[in-house]
Design a protein around this ligand. Structure first.
Ligand SMILES: *Cc1c(COP(=O)(O)O)cnc(C)c1O
Length: 393
């Protein structure tokens, strides 16, 4: 066997033995909230389309109209010839929603973080990062070649201690955190981090991929409290609540201008397709004009936790911690047999020993299904027969 294939086969064997091998399973989303998988129709509790806008008639029509007129792809990077006017319109809408001077869109949220962070900090600078931050914040952090120092999850005192010790050695400091944490659903202590950043002249960046559209009246995690948290770098994605595809940064005019000049994933990558921009603009129309609709995913999540006997959530993401990877896989299979798609989340996506089910609630999940799922989780997963109770802890 070729040594390359030998290498791959051995690696896959290691993953298999640790219950960490993954496989792609064809899944098609039908209009609404159902998916088709292995010939079965399942109700999905693991899509990030919190507002079901991927299938909203107005959003789809906007994309189709743009596609008919402008074609499929953007054709080039924005600095070359790909700067379609719809991108500017989308950026103005994002900046308005987030109350910043300007915004810059990227090909995806992942690409946004890979571009933004190295454009702002580099060798000699310091980057403090929440240790549960999303993989693409970590990737951007490493790419920047700044000194990357994690602080314990949501632990402002730890971040403060690190700043007190390290601030003086670095010209610039960036503090990076998820706004809504993607695997736990909790919201970062943004007010406290903003105050800390201000005291130490550090720059606070939030990745609000799971916040926009669903918390803070649809504006995101820094708008959850009556007074908004001052976060000068608000990054996010168009692919979750907005139902489209692409990423963005909302910031001051000067920062956005610098990003356009220096973020390599914006400069050396083809622009977002016009149809995606059109879809995202239509999605923002829905979010801004129907605040009651945007509040539904969190309300559904609360219905679930109340019935399942779990702590009340602050976002539409609800983790059900099960410990070992195989316990999470077993729970996921049990729910699939009952007609629900709830994937098991395992290391390295989450820390060792914290494998879990991760449920995401959407505006259109029927209440009776949410209740039935909660009942299954409560009786069959969290409090199963004595023989397996230890596993479920
Ligand atoms: C999904 C996600 C991203 C990546 O966004 P894409 O547009 O899907 O690339 C970034 N950050 C967080 C926290 C996410 O959950």
């Amino acid at each position: 066997m070729h040594s390359l294939d030998e290498f791959a086969t051995a690696k896959l064997g290691e993953l298999q033995r640790a219950s960490l091998r993954r496989a792609l399973i064809d899944t098609t989303r039908t209009p609404g909230i159902w998916v088709l998988r292995n010939g079965r129709r399942l109700l999905s509790f693991c899509c990030n389309v919190y507002l079901n806008l991927t299938h909203h008639p107005v959003v789809k029509e906007a994309a189709i109209a743009a596609l008919r007129t402008y074609g499929v792809g953007a054709g080039a990077s924005r600095l070359v010839s790909g700067n379609h006017p719809l991108l500017g319109e989308l950026e103005a809408r994002l900046a308005r929603l987030k109350e910043t001077e300007a915004a810059c869109v990227f090909g995806s949220g992942y690409l946004a973080n890979l571009g933004i962070i190295p454009a702002l900090v580099g060798p000699g600078d310091l980057l403090l990062i929440d240790d549960l931050a999303h993989a693409c914040l970590w990737a951007g952090a490493r790419l920047s070649r700044a000194a990357v120092v994690p602080f314990r999850h949501a632990d402002v005192r730890h971040a403060q201690a690190l700043l007190t010790e390290l601030r003086q050695h670095h010209p610039h400091v960036l503090i990076a955190t998820d706004g809504v944490f993607s695997m736990d659903g909790d919201i970062a202590p943004l007010h406290a981090l903003a105050a800390l950043a201000q005291r130490h002249d550090a720059w606070l960046m939030s990745d609000d991929a799971h916040g926009v559209g669903v918390v803070g009246g649809g504006r995101g995690s820094n708008f959850v409290q009556p007074i908004k948290a001052d976060v000068p770098l608000q990054m996010g994605t168009l692919s979750k609540a907005l139902g489209a595809y692409g990423g963005y940064l909302c910031a001051s005019a000067a920062v956005v201008d610098l990003i356009r000049n220096r973020a390599r994933t914006a400069i050396y990558s083809t622009a977002l397709p016009p149809a995606m921009a059109a879809a995202a603009i239509a999605a923002l129309d829905v979010i801004e004009s129907e605040p009651g609709y945007a509040a539904l995913p969190l309300a559904k999540a609360k219905t679930f936790t109340r019935s399942a006997g779990l702590p009340e959530p602050t976002s539409p993401i609800v983790p059900v911690l099960l410990g070992e990877a195989d316990a999470a896989l077993k729970a996921s299979r049990l729910l699939e047999n009952e007609g629900y798609l709830v994937v098991a989340i395992r290391p390295p996506t989450v820390p060792q020993g914290t494998a879990r089910l991760r449920l995401t609630f959407t505006a259109q999940h029927p209440d009776r299904e949410v209740e039935r799922l909660a009942e299954l989780v409560r009786t069959r997963i969290l409090a199963p027969a004595p023989a397996t109770a230890a596993e479920a802890q």
